[in-house]
Design a protein around this ligand. Structure first.
Ligand SMILES: NC(=O)c1ccc[n+]([C@@H]2O[C@H](COP(=O)([O-])OP(=O)(O)OC[C@H]3O[C@@H](n4cnc5c(N)ncnc54)[C@H](OP(=O)(O)O)[C@@H]3O)[C@@H](O)[C@H]2O)c1
Length: 299
């Protein structure tokens, strides 16, 4: 099966490409910088329609996982034009090309489509983003839903992705915290933002099941445990036997972020728990997995 991944140089896309190759997929890893080490590397800027059409003409993918996104929430707030071009127009290009090629599309969305006033959101809850990143991701969901037949797509919403390898030149929260605490440096972590953190490996495995079973619709595919960022940090420190006392409590008001963050955008994973064989992992399970992956890398 030919699998085209957009944003394949990123934290999630690179893990998906790695696992898909292991499962025998023919993997085309596309990214704006053609930086993937897994599968056939393809340079693709999703916001350029002609490039998207060329790649689809050449690859003729059976399945497309569209993860290419301007993920920097503050950059989206400050450069709305770019955020719209990549996140919305880019998705329009991918949707149109998928339709023409009769490919099955998985669109990777986010918990940030929600306002964060309630928490434990289910798939049927009404989205109401509080920042421009969330707005563009919600608009992209609408583009997918309005232009493809129900049998031809699935929208997956993860939440705070982390993993064992730096990707797209960025270190994710878990790796950053482990490195910083190992150096004995103090960190400030907010107590007033809640999510359901998602190990990239767990999300990639759930995605592959979606592809293999051709599941459709809207799913919250993320970790099973709701935690504040501070609790997440403490759990990481405990799992990796690092000094928890270096973690100081902070509130969001102490940070002058250009983009507002939802307070509690945690997602309810009951649907995925019921339907999938690869379940959303609890935080303890996922952190043990992260630890195993990191020690495998060292060996
Ligand atoms: N990370 C999270 O905490 C989180 C939480 C919820 C949902 N999500 C969603 O999960 C998906 C994957 O996120 P991730 O953490 O893997 O993100 P990531 O590491 O930032 O990867 C995204 C990739 O897309 C690339 N990209 C940016 N603009 C592009 C363009 N115009 N054309 C093609 N590629 C482009 C990026 O390249 P550059 O790095 O060069 O820009 C990067 O390699 C995204 O859809 C994101 O919205 C992420």
């Amino acid at each position: 099966m030919k699998l085209l991944i957009t944003g394949a140089g990123g934290l999630y896309g690179s893990k998906l490409a790695q696992l898909a190759l292991e499962r025998g997929f023919e993997v085309y890893s596309s990214d704006i910088q053609a930086q993937s080490v897994y599968g056939k590397s393809v340079k693709l800027d999703v916001s350029v329609k002609a490039e998207v059409n060329d790649v689809f003409r050449t690859v003729k993918p059976d399945v497309v996982v569209h993860a290419a996104t301007l993920t920097d929430v503050d950059k989206c707030e400050l450069n709305k034009h770019l955020a719209w071009a990549v996140n919305v127009d880019g998705t329009k290009n991918i949707v149109e090309a998928s339709k023409n090629a009769e490919s099955f599309l998985i669109y990777i969305s986010t918990d940030y489509v929600f306002s964060g006033e309630k928490g434990y959101y289910v798939e049927s809850d009404s989205p109401e983003p509080v920042n421009y990143y969330g707005l563009t991701k919600l608009e992209a969901e609408t583009v997918v839903m309005q232009n493809l037949a129900e049998s031809d797509f699935l929208i997956a919403r993860p939440s705070v992705i982390y993993g064992s390898t730096p990707a797209a030149g960025k270190v994710n929260f878990a790796l950053w915290l482990i490195e910083t605490l190992r150096k004995g440096e103090r960190v400030k972590v907010v107590t007033d933002q809640w999510n359901t953190p998602t190990l990239n490996t767990n999300l990639a495995e759930m995605t592959l099941e979606v592809i293999e079973r051709r599941l459709t619709g809207l799913y919250h595919l993320c970790g099973a445990t709701r935690v504040s960022r501070y609790e997440f940090a403490k759990k990481i420190a405990e799992t990796f036997e690092l000094d928890k006392s270096l973690i100081d409590k902070a509130s969001s008001a102490q940070f002058a972020w250009p983009a507002k963050r939802p307070t509690d955008s945690s997602l309810d994973t009951s649907l995925a728990q019921r339907i999938l064989q690869y379940k959303p992992l609890t935080l303890d399970e996922a952190l043990e997995r992260l630890k195993a992956e990191l020690s495998q890398k060292k060996a």
